[in-house]
Design a protein around this ligand. Structure first.
Ligand SMILES: [Zn+2]
Length: 566
């Protein structure tokens, strides 16, 4: 059991790394497009999920001491000593109690030290178990009332390799370059917070004190800096919107700043001095990206905070309003044609993918990592929308179908809930192919554009689960879409269209073979440019068709399905 668990953890750690940067890591993780990740035989072991550990449950479950309160505000005030790789500071956490209780759960991972936790001037008792910190109050906190505590901490945070967690690095000129990227491992790797996905603060203040010669770029609007008189300067940032813990970031370095705007939206760019010219050229793509996504979904969701793009030493991450970038100032993904069909090299994959998360991931957010396809499947689909907006429909169809080679169909896209389980990499590519399929199911583009725009508006600044999206589609289309969502997201295999030809009668019979009971989905068949729409179900139906078996096609570019001709 423990060995299996270790295997799973290792495998998922790679996915986790991938999730932090878009589909893959810059350095050691094998790119999803290498043969290594396209082995024909899918691993069987994940079909028997390992029992979650106590640490997984503490981290992943929305337990009673999390559910009894609602976050309102954080003020993270941290001092960073680059030489000693040492942090110390406090997070002021304001929350509303939802029921009477004497205990809440916060999180701070080892080896960071809890210095003290104060309610006003009263020092609170606490118990630590793995990453969890259970804080006990001497008097019952009352439902409906708002409380604030100051959580003081210090220590040398664990650097979990590559870009996981917080990394103290040097830039090519040997100056300090410190960045955070902690989506999988959790923000509690470097600061104390309620480390889960369901509950977000309404807004947040971030104060970062660093040596005078460095610059900090964090999330939100820059409010100013203060010389502390001891060789350190405090940089203050204000986040005006709900924010995921893992999106909260530090980017400390010898950054040079340049700015632009798109209408009323301020655009701020940060790069190392040696990369400034390259950045000025490459970061110009941010405008086209913003125009494309605003075209489909409406206004950039974090307008008061502005849009920032910041050079980092890893490939990139969607930190809210402060997207990080490490794609070598070149188109494609690490200079490669990412989907291998001649489209990727027309744009910078990291700018387009990571920024797409501002709409799906940051504005519309999954309430549990199990449903992270809401971030990654949708954002990968947003790449396709960007391609369609910039380069046309043909390129978009080519681009999304280029992802087929990366899909493994080894385990379902939706992972186990409440145990901090990371879904498989299929949430990216299969997720996008599924949404492209859904567009064909709706079979009415103006309606599709309105549907996805309305969906975004409905769930903007909310933390949702897959059921919310399915319900939305059911209601808006007036159809039961649940079986289609279930087949693609909750089962391993994609549906197969079985076709039986009877040359003598000039007929073809068809039905779906799928895991989901009641699976039914329209699909276009026959000949390209003259497709015939059939309402296929799990039962055999027959149509007349003059098209011979070897010429009878299925629109597999528009529907992600298998075809079995008998
Ligand atoms: Zn992503």
């Amino acid at each position: 059991m423990s060995q299996l668990r270790f295997f799973l953890y290792t495998a998922f750690s790679m996915v986790l790394a991938a999730s932090a940067v878009g589909p893959l890591a810059a350095q050691t993780a094998p790119p999803a497009s290498t043969p290594n990740s396209q082995q024909a035989a899918p691993p069987q072991s994940p079909k028997i999920p390992a029992a979650p550990t106590r640490a997984d449950i503490l981290r992943g479950a929305y337990g009673p001491y999390r559910a009894n309160n609602d976050l309102l505000f954080y003020h993270l005030d941290v001092r960073v000593d680059p030489e000693k790789k040492f942090l110390n500071g406090k997070n002021t956490i304001r929350f509303k109690m939802l029921k009477d209780d004497t205990r809440i759960q916060l999180d701070l991972q080892q080896p960071l030290h809890v210095d003290k936790i104060l309610l006003g001037t009263t020092e609170l008792k606490y118990e630590r178990e793995f990453g969890a910190v259970f804080v006990d109050f001497p008097k019952t906190l009352r439902a409906g009332r708002v409380y604030a505590i100051d959580f003081y901490y210090s220590g040398n945070p664990l650097e979990t390799g590559r870009f996981g967690g917080i990394a103290f690095r040097k830039d090519p000129s040997g100056r300090h370059w410190i960045n955070t990227a902690c989506e999988g491992i959790g923000a509690s790797i470097w600061w104390p917070n309620k480390d889960q996905w369901r509950d977000e603060v309404e807004n947040m203040q971030i104060s970062v004190s660093i040596p005078n010669d460095l610059v900090d770029v964090s999330n939100g609007k820059f409010m100013g800096k203060t010389d502390l008189g001891d060789g350190y300067t405090r940089w203050d940032w204000l986040v005006h919107y709900p924010i995921n813990n893992y999106d909260v970031s530090l980017n400390i370095g010898n950054y040079q700043h340049f700015s632009d705007h798109l209408g009323g939206l301020p655009l701020d760019f940060y790069a190392l001095p040696e990369d400034l010219d390259k950045a000025k050229k490459q970061f110009a793509q941010a405008k086209g990206m913003l125009e494309a996504y605003q075209h489909y979904f409406g206004e950039y969701p974090f307008k008061k905070d502005g849009y920032k793009l910041i050079e980092v030493p890893y490939s990139g991450m969607e930190h809210q309003s402060a997207v990080t970038y490490g794609n070598r100032f070149a188109n494609g993904y690490l200079e490669r044609d990412w989907t291998g069909v001649g489209v990727s090299l027309k744009f910078d994959f990291i700018i387009i993918h990571e920024s797409g998360h501002e709409w799906f991931g940051n504005a519309v957010t999954a309430a549990d990592p199990s449903d992270m396809w809401i971030h990654e499947g949708w954002t990968t689909y947003l790449e396709c929308l960007y391609v369609e907006y910039m380069f046309g429909h043909d390129d978009a169809v080519k681009y999304v179908n280029g992802y087929k080679a990366k899909v493994k169909n080894a385990v379902p896209i939706i992972a186990e809930r409440g145990v901090n389980a990371e879904p498989p990499q299929d949430m990216y590519f299969k997720g996008a192919l599924f949404l492209n399929t859904l567009r064909s199911v709706v079979n009415d583009d103006p309606r599709w554009w309105k549907l996805i725009r309305d969906l975004y508006k409905r769930f903007k600044y909310k933390n949702i689960m897959t059921e919310d999206i399915v319900q939305f589609f059911d209601r808006k289309t007036g159809k039961d879409m649940t079986p289609i969502f279930n087949q693609y997201l909750r089962h391993t295999a994609i549906p197969t269209l079985e076709l039986k030809f009877n040359a003598a009668d000039g007929t073809v019979s068809y039905r779906w073979k799928a895991d989901e009971p009641g699976f039914a989905m329209p699909v276009r068949v026959g000949k390209k440019d003259n497709w015939q729409l059939i309402q296929a179900t799990a039962d055999w139906q027959t149509i007349k068709s003059p098209i011979a078996k070897n010429e009878f096609g299925v629109a597999t570019d528009l529907y992600y399905v298998n075809v079995d001709k008998q």
